[in-house]
Each structure stands twice: as structure tokens, then as C-alpha cells.
Design a protein around this ligand. Structure first.
Ligand SMILES: Nc1nc2c(ncn2[C@@H]2O[C@H](COP(=O)(O)OP(=O)(O)OP(=O)(O)O)[C@@H](O)[C@H]2O)c(=O)[nH]1
Ligand SMILES: [Mg+2]
Length: 460
């Protein structure tokens, strides 16, 4: 265990006003800070670890009370960080929390860096690196599916799934190394006990886990969907309908939306960020032109584009341009105003956009919206084939590490298939183990750790 000799402190609750706010302290000085600042309501009470106490935070300089609080002292190693942790539950005002934090720092703490509590938890072996990363995924989860995914990470499901792979890898390596030792003692013609099949089996298991990444990423990071089309087709109406509230201005005047409007909803557990954009047309008006220039940029960057057509009027050149500009994108073609007499046919649309089945909807009355949502989720999700994996990979760093593991294994496999060169294969297997170890943070470099924890919030 790596003991830190300094004590860190931070406001752990978000900025703004709340019912309560928490100042969190961790390190060898936590108990002393508590002794200096906290005066228990029941005089003469001694503090038991992991109990909640009621009392006041007192300024040692003036002797005045700063706030009436609840505190908990959690002695290490049974605490979040593995160190002595003090939590001060104050009234949730920014000034109060800042004042209490200042007193904590005067009493021997120092301001914590982003993610420093969790980093200490990791360094002290309270969790592995993939679990530490899941802490932030948990906090930022936007849908129930995303939360469940993060929770699995937090509970160490990924590490659990990788453990047998790791131990099989170590077995293969040690049996390989034993043949190397024998060879050195010149007992030749010893059959290599490690068949390439063992390695192939591990590669297959890793590939199974890797196959879950697209799904995992979708539920964790979500999907960017841009609604585009010429003016007045009902883009803003569609955004409002999908959101279930009046968010964007809707008028019969073409060119109503100038700027883009972004909102996130959950579709089948996927956090979908919808962007309503300005209607695309040739415009001589500067503000509108700017808005339209933005549309192409937004559409280009999107994961998926909904091309919206007004089905109650004949197709125009502008519709054709919108379709043309999005040929390379993942698109859904929706035809709006299905409640009005139809002036557009599926055949016409098929000519403009072969192979894409148009979906008729009414943003105004809600027809076809459930189907549209279904199609968004279905188009985004890659095959829902059972990958045979009971963990879902959602983090790019984990994916990269697993890919490197598989690549090193493939190299070892190739060497062993070609002949008996156990030394060379052992080298690749060791590398595979290193890459695998990166996920739990067994072999992770300091700069990588810094990068990971710097994305955390202060106080976590
Ligand atoms: N009948 C009918 N009218 C609709 C439907 N959807 C939208 N409208 C009407 O079409 C007009 C334009 O709707 P908007 O949602 O503002 O269209 P938009 O594509 O955002 O327009 P711009 O922002 O100007 O590009 C409004 O009068 C809406 O009430 C629909 O499904 N049926
Ligand atoms: Mg609009």
C-alpha cells in the first residue's frame, strides 16, 4: 500500500445551492482536522469510526460557529480511499462550504485535484483502474441502461471476466518457459506443451468481449442525431414531439429556426442527443446563411441524420440537395405531415434515395413517432446477436488494451504455428499480459493515470 503523507480536501457536492453540501477530507490528517474544527453537540463524546455525529464547525481563530453539521469519520483502511476520511455534511450554500473548506485547509489539508480521492482509492488497492473509471461513468450516466452498465464496471465485472483469461495466459506462459529451460539444459526434442490452440481459444474469448464494444459505447456515450431538411417541413415540430415538450419555436413561416437546438432524450436506453437545425435553402439573409452553414457541419459530425421531407407538397430541389449532401451518412428518411393529402410518393423518394425506406410521420399529431424512435435505436445498434459475452465493453481505453492483447497473442500464435520458438512466443505472451494488465491498472504508466483522473470532478 502506497501511503500518502498529505491530506486532501474538497467540496464534494456540485456548485450551487442545495439542501446539504459535503466537504470531504482524506489522509493522515483527517482525524486531527476533525478534532480541531468539530465540536460535538453532546459534550465529551469521543468519536467512533463510521458513526454520524451532530455538532458545530468552529473557527479556531474566532471561536465562532461557522455551521451546524453532521460529520462522519471513517478510519482507513475501510473507507473510500483506504485512508482516514472525514465527511462534513453542511448546509448546502456555496459560502458555507467554501468557508468550511478554508478552515479544513488552515487546519492541515490541501485542495484536492480532480479525481484525487478515487486515484487514492485505486493506488491503495480499494478498486482497480477499470472500477475507478466506472465511478465517473456512474456519475455521468444519462440513461438507466448507461447507469446499469457503469454499475457493472463499478462492481468489477470486467475485471472478473478478464481474470480467467489472465490466469490461462499465465499458465501457457509458464509451460512455455519450462520448455525454454529444458532446451537450455539441452534436452532436445521436447514437445512444446503449449499448443497454438490454447492461444487461439483465448483470442476467441477476447474477440467475444471486443464485439460488445459498439453496444457498450452506444449506451455509455450515446448517439448524436441531427434533424435536417428544407424550411417549414416540421423539423422543430419533430424535435418537440420527440422531446415531449415545446422546446423549439414552431411557426408556419419558413426560416423560423436560425440557430441549432440540442436536447437529449433516452431511446431504448440510448442517450440520444437530438439537434434541430435551420431549414436549408438559398437565402440572401446573413443570419440565416450562417445558420445553414452550420447545418452541414452538424450533419457531417452526426452519428445519424434524420432527413425530413414535407409530404404535403411536391418535392423541391432543396429536398434533393439535403439528400445529396448526406449520401455518406447513416440516414433515416422521414416524410412529415402524413395527416395531410400526400403530394410525394415513395417511388419518387426511392429514385432520390435508393434503398432507403421512407417512414411517414406526423410531427403535429404523433403518427409514426414510436416507429421512428424504434428505427433510430435499431439503426444505431449493431447486430444484437448474442456475442456470448456476459460483460459489455464501453470504454475506449479498455477496448484498445484488449485489441493490443489480442494482437500480441496472434503474434505468439503465429510463431508457435511456424515451429518451436518458445522464447519468441514467450516474449509476445508477456506483452499480451502487460496489455491485459493495463485494464485493471496493474501496468499503467503514471501519465496515463493522470489523464484518466483529470477527467473526474473535484471531490470524487
Ligand atoms: N399538418 C401538419 N402540419 C405540421 C406538421 N409538422 C409541422 N407542421 C406545421 O408546419 C409548420 C412548420 O413547422 P416547423 O416545425 O416550424 O418547421 P421547421 O422545419 O422547423 O421550419 P424552419 O425552422 O423554418 O426550418 C408549422 O406551421 C407546423 O405546425 C404535421 O405533421 N402536420
Ligand atoms: Mg424550425
Amino acid at each position: 500500500m502506497l501511503a500518502h503523507d498529505d491530506t486532501i480536501a474538497a467540496i464534494a457536492t456540485p456548485p450551487g445551492v442545495g439542501g446539504i453540501g459535503i466537504v470531504r477530507v482524506s489522509g493522515p490528517g483527517a482525524e486531527e482536522i476533525c478534532r480541531i474544527l468539530f465540536k460535538s453537540a453532546a459534550s465529551g463524546e469521543s468519536l467512533t469510526s463510521h458513526h454520524l455525529y451532530h455538532g458545530d464547525i468552529i473557527s479556531p481563530e474566532t471561536g465562532g460557529t461557522i455551521d451546524e453539521v453532521l460529520i462522519a469519520l471513517m478510519k482507513g483502511p475501510h473507507s473510500y480511499t483506504g485512508e482516514d476520511v472525514l465527511e462534513i455534511h453542511c448546509h448546502g450554500g456555496r459560502l458555507i462550504l467554501q468557508t468550511v473548506l478554508n478552515e479544513v485547509i488552515k487546519a492541515g489539508g490541501r485542495p484536492a485535484q480532480p479525481g484525487e480521492f478515487t486515484k487514492r482509492a485505486y493506488l491503495n488497492g480499494r478498486m482497480d483502474l477499470s472500477q475507478a473509471e466506472a465511478v465517473m461513468d456512474m456519475i455521468t450516466a444519462r440513461t438507466d441502461r448507461g447507469r446499469a452498465l457503469a454499475l457493472a464496471g463499478l462492481k468489477g465485472r470486467l475485471s472478473e471476466a478478464l481474470r480467467p483469461i489472465r490466469s490461462d495466459l499465465i499458465d501457457i506462459l509458464s509451460s512455455l518457459e519450462s520448455t525454454i529451460d529444458f532446451n537450455e539444459e539441452d534436452i532436445s526434442d521436447l514437445p512444446a506443451p503449449t499448443t497454438p490452440n490454447n492461444i487461439e481459444n483465448i483470442i476467441t474469448r477476447i474477440t467475444g468481449i471486443l464485439a460488445t464494444y459498439q453496444e457498450g459505447k452506444l449506451f455509455r456515450d450515446g448517439l448524436n442525431v441531427v434533424i435536417t431538411g428544407r424550411p417549414n417541413v416540421g423539423k422543430s415540430s419533430l424535435l418537440n414531439r420527440l422531446l415531449g415538450e415545446r422546446r423549439a419555436i414552431v411557426t408556419p413561416i419558413p426560416g423560423t429556426t436560425r440557430d441549432f437546438i440540442e436536447e437529449t432524450i433516452s431511446i431504448g436506453g440510448i442517450p440520444v442527443t437530438l439537434t434541430d437545425t435551420a431549414g436549408v435553402r438559398k437565402s440572401s439573409e446573413a443570419i440565416e446563411q450562417e445558420g445553414i452553414a452550420f447545418v452541414w457541419e452538424k450533419a457531417l459530425a452526426a452519428d445519424m441524420v434524420i432527413i425530413l421531407i414535407d409530404g404535403s407538397v411536391p418535392l423541391t430541389e432543396e429536398d434533393a440537395e439535403v439528400i445529396d449532401r448526406n449520401r455518406e451518412k447513416q440516414v433515416l428518411l422521414a416524410v412529415n405531415k402524413s395527416d395531410l393529402p400526400r403530394k410525394v410518393t415513395n417511388v419518387q423518394l426511392g429514385e432520390l434515395m435508393p434503398g432507403v425506406e421512407p417512414l411517414w410521420i406526423s410531427a403535429k399529431y404523433g403518427d409514426g413517432i414510436a416507429e421512428l424512435k424504434k428505427q433510430i435505436a435499431a439503426t444505431a445498434a449493431v447486430s444484437s446477436d448474442d456475442t456470448g459475452s456476459d460483460v459489455i465493453l464501453a470504454n475506449l481505453r479498455h477496448k484498445t488494451a484488449l485489441e493490443k492483447t489480442a494482437a500480441s497473442l496472434a503474434a505468439a500464435h503465429a510463431i508457435l504455428s511456424r515451429g518451436n520458438f518458445p522464447e519468441l512466443a514467450a516474449f509476445d505472451l508477456k506483452e499480451a499480459l502487460d496489455h491485459l494488465g493495463d485494464i485493471a491498472g496493474e501496468t499503467t504508466a503514471e501519465d496515463v493515470l493522470d489523464r484518466i483522473f483529470s477527467t473526474f470532478c473535484v471531490g470524487k
